[in-house]
Each structure stands twice: as C-alpha cells, then as structure tokens.
Design a protein around this ligand. Structure first.
Ligand SMILES: NC(=O)c1ccc[n+]([C@@H]2O[C@H](COP(=O)([O-])OP(=O)(O)OC[C@H]3O[C@@H](n4cnc5c(N)ncnc54)[C@H](OP(=O)(O)O)[C@@H]3O)[C@@H](O)[C@H]2O)c1
Length: 344
C-alpha cells in the first residue's frame, strides 16, 4: 500500500493533535516527524495524554530539526507569523505543504499586513498558495505545492454563503455574520481570559471592530463568486470545548427559492449537509465529524437566516487539511474522515 511520509509541525497544539488522530488512522499517510516548540524534547504522550501507545512514544522534535529525507508532506499547525518560515523551509526541501495558519491565506501582502498587523516575510510565495476551501478549489488543490487551509470562521461562513452569492440572489452590500466558537478555537496556550472562571457560564463578543477573518471572508467570497461582498462579522466565545456556528442574516428577492440553491449546490458533497428547510444545525450534531451542516429559514418577504455549523478543529482546521491532502495526493477525499459526530 502506497505510504506518504508525513511531518506534523505544531503537533502539541489542538489542531496538531487532531492531525495526529486523523493521520494515524489513514491508510496512506505515515507520521514520521512530530514538531513542537516549548515542549520539544519530551515524548508525545507526555504532552498529549489522549494518544495511543504507538504515537505516545514518538519524540517531539525542536522547530529547527531538519526534515528527514523522504518526507513528502508537511502539515504546519503553528501560530500565524511563526508558520511562514517553516512552510518556506519545507517547500525548499521539496515537500508539499498544507498550512493551517493564516500566513498564506491572502493573495496580497498588503491585505495580510492590514489584517495581521505585520509585514509578510515571503510575499513572493503568496501567488503560489492555493486557498484550500476543498469544495470550491479541487482542481487547483490537486496540483498545488502549498495549500493555505482556510480559517474556521471563514469556512463556516463561506460554505453556506457561496451558493447564494454565485446565484446573485442576495444583497452583498452588508451581510451580517453573527458567529460563536468553543474555546479550543483560541488554541492551547495559556491566556488569562480563557481561564475556567472567566469563560465558564458566560458569553462575550470579541475581535471588534474588525476581526481578521472578515478580510478572509470578503476576499474569498468575491474570488469564488465573482461578486464583491461586505461582511459585518461579530465572533463570540462560548464555554464549550469545540464547535462553531455562524448565523448569517441575508436579504434579497425570492428567498423561498434559496433552500433549493443550497441543496443543489451540495447534493453530491460528502462533507456538506443541507438540512431540511426550517431545520437548524447544532454543534452537538457535527462535533467529531468533518461535516459542515447548513440550515436555512425564511424570515420575511425579502430575508432569511442561513446557519453554518462545524467542528472548528475538524472541518474548520485539521479535517479540511486532511481532505486537502487527500485531494493533493489523488486519494479518495473521504479517507480517514468518514467518522460520524460524537453523539451526544
Ligand atoms: N484552534 C482552532 O480551532 C483553529 C482553527 C483553524 C485554524 N487554526 C490555526 O491553526 C494554527 C494552530 O492553531 P492551534 O489552535 O492548534 O494552536 P495551539 O493549540 O496554540 O498550538 C500551537 C502549536 O505551535 C507550536 N508553537 C507555538 N509557538 C511557536 C513558535 N514560535 N514556533 C514554532 N512553533 C510554535 C506549539 O508548540 P509547543 O506546544 O511545543 O509550544 C504548538 O504545537 C494557528 O495558526 C491557528 O490560527 C486554529
């Protein structure tokens, strides 16, 4: 059976540990290198107590450890800013890369600087990166050396929005995106405002006046649909471990036809499920799966609410990354990703 030797950089983080779980069950990707930063030098199982014995005994390698000969695929699950240099090194070593960070998600260095407040260290690579929203970029992903894996909020927003944008049926001048995420969306590093006492039994908005992902939604909403869009995006953090839900308030003519547009767009997609009209998605029904569930409810003569829902660590990150790696290497796109949600 064909084996692709694979490195995971940022293996000790929340998305990195999901990559381990998915790839260890994959018939063709063999984990050969686990990279870490502050935890380098320990065994994987000392830092990630959920791992089974075969991986628990693998060493965590420092960021500057060279990739061994024969590694073909590198998955980078590092903070933005830190990811770019590791991606460059992996590309220079001839590897194909799926980067889960935001470092290659924008087509221009100016947009990256505006959204992330720092200059891009390798602007010459931006044109080569393919934005890996799997359902919309399959042909480009198949040939790519570098995939910029989309953000969790943009995936949760663009999948419900794009069929309506492409059909030109909604007002694109102000789309309200009211979104919620579990705390794993903020990563594993210690932060005071994520302490149990500060997050439990509460909810709060954050990231205003303009969260970084607003640029990503607008850039790729326009790129995939041909229509410029303007989003008013407000994320909220909830006291739950994982799960993400985006409620889109949209207006336009004949909203009674919109459910059919969504259902037709995703009829053959294994990981996008359009619920019956009027049914609304729930994070409990997708967590643990690589699915994005979409619901639509017509709320007025010219308005509707469209809701996207996914597991931020799976379809919002590691799941979509493995889906993209499957496409890159010509494997069945669903390999290692067909798990149902963990219920309840
Ligand atoms: N969490 C989500 O839901 C989500 C969704 C979509 C995309 N993403 C993106 O995916 C990336 C990883 O997110 P995450 O939530 O998994 O983060 P995380 O839990 O904070 O993990 C970060 C990882 O990067 C390593 N690291 C930290 N600083 C580093 C540095 N300066 N140089 C090299 N390695 C460093 C850490 O290693 P040590 O533990 O050894 O220090 C750890 O393995 C981020 O860019 C994030 O924006 C996250």
């Amino acid at each position: 059976m064909k084996q692709i030797s694979t490195a995971i950089l940022g293996a000790t983080g929340y998305t990195g540990s999901e990559l381990i779980r998915l790839l260890d069950a994959h018939p063709h990707f063999a984990i050969a290198h686990l990279g870490a930063h502050s935890q380098a030098g320990k065994l994987a199982g000392e830092v990630l107590p959920g791992l089974a014995k075969n991986i628990a005994n693998m060493p965590l390698l420092a960021s500057d450890t060279p990739l061994a000969d024969g590694i073909e695929l590198v998955l980078t699950a590092l903070p933005h800013g830190a990811a770019a240099a590791s991606v460059k090194k992996a590309l220079d070593a001839g590897c194909r890369v799926v980067d889960l960070s935001a470092d290659f998600r924008h087509q221009s260095a100016a947009t990256y600087a505006e959204a992330y407040g720092q200059a891009h260290p390798f602007p010459e690579l931006l044109n080569d990166a393919i934005f890996g929203l799997s359902e919309y970029a399959r042909a480009d992903i198949a040939d790519a050396q570098l995939i910029a894996n989309p953000g969790c909020y943009p995936t949760c927003t663009l999948l419900p929005l794009l069929p309506l944008l492409k059909a030109g049926v909604i007002d694109t001048s102000r789309i309200i995106v009211d979104a919620k995420s579990g705390t794993s969306g903020a990563g594993r590093s210690a932060k005071t405002d994520l302490l149990y006492c500060e997050i439990n039994e509460g909810v709060r908005a954050y990231g205003l006046p303009r969260h970084r992902h607003a640029w990503e939604m607008e850039e790729w909403g326009e790129a995939f649909s041909g229509n410029p869009i303007s989003v008013q995006f407000v994320p909220h953090i909830l006291p739950m471990t994982r799960g993400m839900l985006a409620t889109l308030h949209v207006s336009g003519e004949n909203p009674d036809n919109w459910h059919q547009l969504l259902a037709e767009a995703y009829a053959d997609e294994p990981f996008v499920q359009v619920l019956a009209e009027g049914s609304l998605p729930s994070s409990k029904a997708v967590n643990g799966s690589n699915r994005c569930d979409i619901g639509l409810c017509v709320t007025g003569k010219n308005s509707a609410v469209v809701v996207g829902c996914l597991d931020n660590l799976l379809k919002g990150a590691a799941g979509q990354a493995v889906q993209n790696a499957n496409i890159m290497f010509g494997f069945n796109e669903t390999l290692a990703l067909s798990a149902h949600a963990v219920w309840p």
